[in-house]
Ligand binder design. Structure first.
Ligand SMILES: [Zn+2]
Length: 110
């Protein structure tokens, strides 16, 4: 009989711990100003071990979305690292930058 009581007590304590962890997660999400992303993350990590994802994520390189640029010549979106910027305009390749410079649009001429 005493064991059952102990089990119930453990269950209650576990529930309280999960609740406290969730509250802590929500607070940290608010502090980070993650916005909708943080709320989704808090909902996704139901297990108490969810907190372990923090240091793990910082260790692994975060999948930063590379800024995309729009080619001024063909309109294709290319990653910024692959782009060529000429005179403040971004192009998907050097060939397009040259082509754009070879025949400029009339609106730039004053
Ligand atoms: Zn292009």
């Amino acid at each position: 009989m005493r064991q059952i009581f102990l089990l119930i007590l453990l269950f209650i304590v576990g529930q309280w711990l999960v609740k406290a962890l969730r509250r802590h997660d929500a607070q940290t999400a608010q502090r980070n100003g993650a916005g909708a992303n943080g709320a989704a993350g808090a909902a996704g990590t139901k297990d108490p071990n969810g907190g372990a994802r923090g240091p793990n994520a910082s260790q692994a390189q975060p999948q930063l979305a590379e800024p995309m640029i729009r080619c001024a010549e063909c309109g294709v979106h290319a990653p910024k690292s692959d782009s060529v910027v000429v005179a403040g305009q971004a192009f998907c390749s050097a060939a397009h930058a040259q082509r754009h410079g070879a025949h400029p649009t009339g609106r730039d001429a004053r």
